[in-house]
Ligand binder design. Sequence first.
Ligand code: CO8
Length: 289
Amino acid sequence: MSLSRRFLLPARRLLQQGLQTECCKRLSSNQNLEVEHELETGLATVTLAKAPVNSLDGEFLTSISNTFKKLENDSAVKGILVASKFHGGVYSAGLHIFDLFNRSDSHVSEFWRCVQEWYLDVFGCSKPVVAAINGQAPAGGCAMALVCDYRVMQEGKIIGLNETQLGITAPFYLADLMTATVGARKSRLALQLGYLFSSQEALNAGLVDEVVDLDSVIPRAREQLLMMSKVPQPAFHITKQLLRRENMEVLKATREQDIANFVDFIQRPSVQAVMGKYLESLKKKKTLK
Ligand code: CO8
């Protein structure tokens, strides 16, 4: 390597790091979740980084919930983008299935409480939230996108609430959200069959708002978020809360019952048996690769 190149490379890196700290603040970071805040625009980026597939276990859901609580209360944050660190791979594989399989009632019950809390904090966030779906998004991955205000998806991937395929049901608040998004008939069919939409089908159904190539997912999502963040904020926040209030109130009023119903259902031997087979098929798929 020439002397000038040897000198210039570290210098450029330092310069980039310097520029980054000037215009971009890392709000918090743990090994599963990275949160950055662009000071100039007020936009925050939440990057899901739980290897290998962003499966949502109780701890991860709580960490997302807490992050959204913080961003909601930070007046400098004007909008939130949600993306995956596994760019072009998996946005999120949904709930961590092992938290539902062969677990005690109390474990499942606490886990389901985390799911509800996650929903109330992310769906209930009054700021603009845009999903940059830069990978596969089955089940809870689709839910992670549905709770956002706008969805930009990578072409050639899958998305949907496929819960019935693994023998479980989507919670009523997500089923309602799916219906509100794609309409009653499409939602009914998709939920009953546990249908996974291709990106193009999702676009046609209105499940996502845009389908673009991988390199354009984050820039397009950011552009949309910037536009949304410029709507006068008190009006945006209040309108968003107004539109989401009814859906949230139903869950708030029935949380304990929802947990009891879910535990009762998931612990049935027949449900556990289907889930066991599904887990086996996931492993088999791997050995066929
Ligand atoms: N939970 C736990 N582990 C998982 C999950 C999951 N959901 N998905 C994949 N994994 C594991 C695999 O077992 C594998 O582990 P290992 O390396 O130890 O064998 C590893 O992650 C990598 O998986 P793949 O090799 O399958 O990775 P691919 O990139 O080939 O495929 C997919 C990625 C498409 C995401 C694929 O893994 C898949 O289809 N996973 C199952 C997705 C699914 O059906 N999820 C349903 C979960 S139930 C749910 O989310 C209910 C939602 C209710 C509301 C939730 C609100 C938040």
